[in-house]
Design a binder for this molecule. Structure first.
Ligand SMILES: [Zn+2]
Length: 313
């Protein structure tokens, strides 16, 4: 965005909440709003809630709207290619057209991790790998200042790389042995539960036990970290990025996790990349909405149809 251009709306759609922000040309957040996601009420209700969140922040001057959502999102067609059942009936939803019709604004949309990775495009080193390790494992690949989208928006889904640590474990996508099945926060908690014969609890509890030297907690946490490190190291060898950025809630478990990840990553690297190390994202908690707003300047905008009446079917 050039200085002086009007602000845009950024929307981050999660399984439980919608974050909205009005973002100025210089990246300043001018207004914010948070509302619950009506995840069980179907895609029309979710589109209505997104439009309502946009209305709460947009003011008279917003020029466009960027929306980020989990799942495989195709920014070219503006539709949800596929999604888990976190939001009922979400796959196939015409996200961009539905929001453009409801708000009257041109709309850009993308996967949430790719949107967050958009905030890294402002930094030097335009070829990078971006991984987000949280309740799932997502990612993005940027080459020479552009994020790869792939067929139907499928590029960057690092969570579905085969992982030796995940052999035999079922993945959320229906396959077995994928990185997400061993490295996502719930996967680490589930592994700790298997090792100890207990019910899965929150990841933070496993991290706290690991901090006190519990060998099973240490094993579960570092196995997930190693799996991410190895996968990213292998990808780095394949793509030769200038930077590798690792984001997401699992990183907040602390130094044990980060050290195991970095060690496994470094062990995979071929000689020309041996100085490469994973780094934290440069934008913190606002990356989701700032990234969503940033989509309006990097992706196709879906214009509202003229004389649209009511909700699209
Ligand atoms: Zn998978």
């Amino acid at each position: 965005m050039t200085p002086g251009s009007p602000p845009v709306v950024g929307l981050d759609l999660g399984g439980t909440k919608i974050d909205a922000a009005l973002v100025a040309a210089d990246g300043t957040v001018l207004a914010r709003h948070r509302s619950p996601t009506p995840a069980t009420e179907g895609p029309e209700a979710v589109l209505d809630a997104l439009a309502e969140a946009a209305r709460a922040v947009r003011g008279p001057e917003a020029a466009a709207l960027g929306v980020a959502a989990a799942g495989v999102i195709d920014p070219v067609t503006g539709t949800v290619t596929s999604a888990t059942d976190t939001i009922a009936g979400w796959a196939g939803t015409p996200l961009a057209a539905g929001l453009a019709a409801r708000t009257g604004l041109p709309v850009a949309c993308d996967n949430d991790v790719r949107a967050a990775a958009t905030t890294e495009l402002a930094l030097p080193g335009g070829s990078f790998l971006y991984a987000a390790v949280g309740t799932g494992v997502g990612g993005a690949v940027a080459v020479a200042g552009r994020l790869l989208h792939g067929v139907a928006g499928a590029a960057g889904h690092l969570g579905h790389l085969p992982s030796p640590e995940a052999t035999g474990l079922p993945c959320t996508c229906g396959a077995t042995g994928h990185l997400e099945a061993v490295a996502a926060g719930p996967a680490i908690a589930a592994h700790y539960a298997r090792l100890t014969g207990t019910s899965p609890g929150p990841l933070q509890r496993v991290a706290a036990y690991a901090g006190h030297g519990d060998p099973h907690a240490l094993a579960a946490l570092t196995r997930g970290a190693r799996a991410v490190g190895r996968a990213l190291g292998g990808l780095a060898n394949a793509l030769g990025p200038e930077r590798v950025v690792v984001a997401g809630g699992v990183l907040r478990t602390g130094a044990l996790y980060r050290d195991a990840l970095c060690e496994a990553f470094a062990a995979e690297l071929i000689t020309p990349l041996r100085e490469l190390r994973p780094t934290a994202p440069h934008v913190g908690h606002d990356a989701a909405v700032l990234g969503a707003a940033g989509l309006t300047r990097t992706l196709p905008l879906h214009a509202p149809r003229t004389r649209t009446t009511g909700a699209p079917r």
